[in-house]
Design a protein. Structure first.
Length: 434
């Protein structure tokens, strides 16, 4: 039995008509989560690569993604308090609307401070980094509430399908939104592309306003409970194995997160145009990722999270080898398409599985804080690896860098059997105590 299974569940019945509406909301909120993250990572990286900003600076600007790793610091506040002025929408939906509005504003600010295509001699690096950091903070906060909403609204048996729908929405934002971004950038410049993404971000509020508010036992009674309760709940569930669980979460998605940062410089170095990138990485990648995410949810629902963690973890790490091969050949649309199919298919599978796994670890009383802690650990590993990615790629070469990311997946994969044994013992102890 998963942690939090005995915690109070939403009062509406998921099985009696609520399922469709909740699944639609989860998918739409996945889109709202994926769009700003795509812009913080891919969008900024491609803009800087197109403006011929040095690799070291592109790599260092990956540090603006650190709020995704540190969001657990303020997540308890979002569990405890409703947003001022929007409390009537509910604790979850009020924060969602507020963060979506601020995300749109931050994108407009980034659009006004980025480098031009002719050179970077007059580019103000610091304001661009500050607004990029601001977008990252607000986007990370938005993710806190979306993750809590998804965990609160879905029953445990629906975690696999719900995670796949969420990942599908997330990837639609990454791919379809990214495709639109590239097309606008190619025709009107990067500033116009980021303004357009800000408008699209504002439109995601419609999904929030139509989504049902989960009805649970309520917010933690005090700030002290909101701060200490999540840790106490984790400690009771995992005991002495809690540090091992934390290390596993830190390492498992490392190949995907570390490899993603250097895709933009790699493609620009091999001479791929923005139109080619939009066609292959965004359009083809979009379709393959959706298939992978939905297939991942289907497989998880039938064979369980445990087996999928091992199989899909291996596929995730191996998929970076496709980019290592792409870096070793001249401009080739066939090799580019192959790399995109392999990467996106495997990452769709692993993203749905790992999202369901993290949800299964949460206690519904503290879902915002606990999911933020877990996903924050995952992003911490990725942010640190990405910050060093430019230096490593500059010195080793792109092909060697991607083979390094393949090897980086070994520790997380090796820990899967241990995590499964620990989980089995935890489940047995919870059943005995029930």
């Amino acid at each position: 039995m998963d942690a939090g299974t005995h915690a109070p569940r939403p009062k509406y019945s998921f099985a009696r008509g609520g399922a469709g509406r909740i699944m639609v909301a989860v998918g739409a909120l996945g889109f709202a989560s994926g769009l700003p993250y795509m812009l913080v990572t891919d969008g900024i990286a491609f803009w800087l690569a197109d403006a011929k900003v040095p690799l070291e600076q592109i790599g260092l600007l990956a540090l603006v993604t650190m709020p995704y790793a540190l969001k657990f610091l303020w997540a308890p506040l979002l569990d405890r308090y409703p947003v001022p002025l929007l409390g009537a929408l509910g604790r979850r939906r009020g924060w969602l609307v507020a963060m979506q509005v601020v995300c749109a504003a931050a994108l407009a600010a980034i659009a006004m401070t980025g480098p031009d295509a002719e050179g970077t001699q007059e580019w103000l690096w610091l304001p661009f980094a500050v607004f990029g950091l601001s977008l990252s903070i607000v986007s990370a906060s938005l993710d806190i509430v979306i993750d809590a909403y998804r965990t609160d609204a879905l029953p445990p048996w629906a975690y696999g399908p719900g995670a796949s729908v969420y990942v599908a929405g997330y990837r639609i934002a990454s791919m379809a939104g990214g495709s639109l971004m590239f097309l606008i950038a190619a025709r009107a410049g990067w500033s116009a592309a980021f303004v357009g993404m800000g408008v699209l971000m504002g439109l995601t509020m419609v999904a929030t306003l139509l989504a049902p508010e989960p009805v649970t036992r309520g917010a933690p009674a005090t700030l002290g409970e909101a701060l200490a309760g999540p840790l106490r709940s984790f400690a009771r569930a995992w005991g002495v194995w809690l540090p091992a669980v934390a290390v596993f979460v830190l390492l498992y998605r490392l190949p995907d997160l570390a490899g993603n940062r250097m895709v933009a410089p790699l493609l620009k170095d091999r001479g791929y145009t923005l139109e080619e990138i939009a066609l292959v990485r965004q359009h083809l990648g979009f379709a393959v990722t959706i298939v992978g995410a939905l297939a991942g949810g289907w497989v998880v629902a039938r064979v369980g999270i445990a087996r999928c963690l091992l199989l899909f973890g291996v596929l995730q790490a191996a998929s970076n080898g496709a980019y290592a091969l792409l870096a070793s050949v001249p401009h080739s649309m066939a090799h580019f398409a192959l790399a995109v199919v392999v990467e996106n298919g495997c990452n769709g599978l692993v993203a749905a599985t790992f999202t369901a796994y993290l949800m299964s670890l949460c206690d519904h009383r503290y879902s915002a804080a606990q999911y933020a802690m877990l996903s924050g650990l995952m992003f911490l590993g990725g942010a640190l690896a990405s910050a060093a990615s430019g230096f490593i790629a500059e010195r080793s070469g792109m092909a060697s860098y991607y083979w390094i990311t393949v090897v980086a997946g070994a520790p997380g994969i090796a820990m899967v059997p241990l995590m499964l044994r620990v989980r089995s013992r935890r489940d047995a102890a919870q059943r005995a105590a029930a």
